[in-house]
Design a protein around this ligand. Sequence first.
Ligand code: URA
Ligand code: SF4
Length: 202
Amino acid sequence: ARSGPPASPIAEQARTAPDLAALRAGVAACTACGLCATRTQTVFADGSGSARVLFVGEAPGAEEDRTGVPFVGRAGQLLTDIIVKGMRLERADVAIVNVLKCRPPENRDPTPEEKALCTPWLERQIELFDPKVIVALGRHAANFMLGTDGLAMGRLRGRVHRHAGRTIVPTFHPAYLLRSPGEKQACWQDIKLALAELAKGE
Ligand code: URA
Ligand code: SF4
């Protein structure tokens, strides 16, 4: 038995999903928060995760809501470049997910309640993908993955964190890098930390 805040309606379903296909089906039917009313479809994940690295973004945008695939818009193209040109991995071999599975209207920030309701899905995704390294993209994902609250990216990035049995490398969100290309160098430093973790014990 777990103590703490009351479980969300989907927590038990998420915790007991036997595999990613079952989890995906659960997400597709989820109506736990109000975002179910405005989404076109849920956005579950992309990639097999065989490269043992999981990228966690914030929430689907317009293109993702339309296609059902995370990180396919302009920020997604930059993430793909980081994976393919920077890390020399195939996009199909990493795993890519978001904290929220449904698009917030007008791309507003997710509310604390929406995040609390949706994160059982993410927690089970992490267990099932079981990555060696998690790259947290932007401050929403980074604070969630590290169990912190509202810390700025400058306080979080630039080093490898161990939290709740996981290895986490926070870095800038690609949408932020599109607005602030001067930070791409710092992002690349973070990605090199992630690559070094991936290479450990190989
Ligand atoms: N930004 C995100 O955080 N996730 C996406 O899937 C697309 C843009
Ligand atoms: Fe369910 Fe998450 Fe979508 Fe809300 S955002 S309806 S909790 S899948």
